[in-house]
Design a protein around this ligand. Structure first.
Ligand SMILES: Nc1ncnc2c1ncn2[C@@H]1O[C@H](COP(=O)(O)OP(=O)(O)OP(=O)(O)O)[C@@H](O)[C@H]1O
Ligand SMILES: [Mg+2]
Length: 348
């Protein structure tokens, strides 16, 4: 809750008039210009390339000279960096690669169990996709029962608004700038849309209402992550899985939770209509306890899988609204990057 006046929705008088948009009132843009491809003739002259003027390798705007001293420096760096640093750098490289997303992708984050980290996974994956491949990402709190997502934003980036406010203004919001005041965000550029906090509004949020909202929000984002409540068979979870392009199933890596989750996986796959599934084994204890489970999942090859350790620092950062992925310890940070990469690799 910021209570700042600039967080309010924009004045509706600022919305442009419909009539001004009509194409027949505009002068034809290319009148008199022949837009057909030119007739065959001699090959066109080669365009001037950047490499014609700038020789040598450049990184971040600075030239990397190819001299013995520089080669020695690079060799020294290679010898002094650890394998895990190199692995993380390779992971960063893959995550940062430009993604060609052809439409708005819906990612449903689900679990048959409560409190296992659905909201946490939605938030950290969304944050990583916004900060690394720099996609436009929105996480929508789709928990029908007092969702907590909106509260993870830093106080300076919070919003008093909820998704029911967007539904109320949907026919008047025509640009990303007009949508912004309804959203909380993070410093990386992730957007968050909070669930209503009044029970009568929560009850009014049917799958049809979410459907309309998502169709509207899809105009503004590459990826929309749905942070669902507990359960797979209620109408909202069914709707989300049927509409999603991929799902993350979150579970604690304990026998009790995992045996339940494995029983439910076929159901999730059927609803998804494909195999775009990632399993997040969240809050894994230290030590080798998770290894047999990871081996079983790898053997079944039903889904990709990522193990996220229990990390008190992560819980504290989320609670304080001060989450910065790069400040986490390496094991947690790398796991979050792997989860985000699994999602990014399955974008369509
Ligand atoms: N890897 C982790 N390490 C430490 N704490 C974690 C981790 N993942 C989640 N938590 C903490 O566990 C609690 C529950 O997490 P979260 O709210 O994400 O679960 P949920 O599945 O969304 O719960 P619900 O079913 O109520 O929606 C939170 O306090 C969160 O900070
Ligand atoms: Mg939750």
């Amino acid at each position: 809750m910021t209570g700042e006046p600039e967080e309010r929705p924009p004045p509706l008088s600022a919305v442009p008039d419909d009539d001004a948009e009509q194409p027949e009132q505009r002068a034809p843009l290319f009148e008199g210009v022949d837009l057909r491809p030119p007739p065959p003739g001699p090959p066109p002259r080669r365009a001037l390339r950047r490499s014609d003027l700038h020789e040598g390798a450049h990184v971040d705007g600075a030239e990397i000279p190819d001299r013995v001293w520089v080669r020695l420096q690079r060799l020294y760096q290679q010898l002094t960096t650890t394998q895990s640093q190199r692995d993380e750098a390779a992971l960063d490289d893959r995550l940062t690669r430009r993604r060609h997303v052809t439409r708005t992708n819906l990612v449903a984050v689900v679990s048959p169990k409560g409190g296992v980290g659905k909201t946490t996974s939605s938030f950290v994956v969304g944050d990583m996709l916004a900060s690394r491949p720099k996609l436009r990402v929105l996480v929508v709190d789709t928990n029908p029962d007092f969702g907590t997502l909106g509260k993870l934003a830093p106080d300076s980036h919070a919003s008093d608004h909820q998704l029911t406010d967007v539904i109320g203004q949907m026919d008047r919001i025509r640009s990303a700038a007009e949508l912004d005041p309804f959203l909380a965000s993070t410093p990386t550029g992730l957007h968050l849309l909070a669930a209503p906090q009044r029970p009568e509004l929560m009850e009014a949020m049917s799958p049809e209402a979410y459907g309309q909202l998502l169709t509207f929000l899809g105009r503004f984002y590459h990826v929309i992550v749905l942070d669902l409540g507990t359960g797979l068979t209620d109408p909202l979870a069914q709707f989300a899985l049927e509409r999603a392009d991929q799902a993350i199933v979150v579970a604690h890596p304990t026998w009790v939770t995992m045996s339940t989750v494995l029983d439910a996986l076929d159901y999730v796959l059927k609803r998804l209509g494909g195999h775009q599934l990632t399993m997040a084994l969240n809050q894994a204890p230290k030590g080798a306890a998770v290894k047999p489970l990871e081996a079983k999942l790898a053997n079944d090859s039903l889904s990709r899988q990522v193990t996220i350790p229990t990390d008190q620092r992560l819980a504290e950062m989320l609670d304080h609204g001060t989450y910065v992925a790069e400040q986490l310890r390496r094991r947690t940070r790398v796991a979050i990057k792997q989860l985000a990469l699994a999602v990014a690799d399955q974008l369509v």
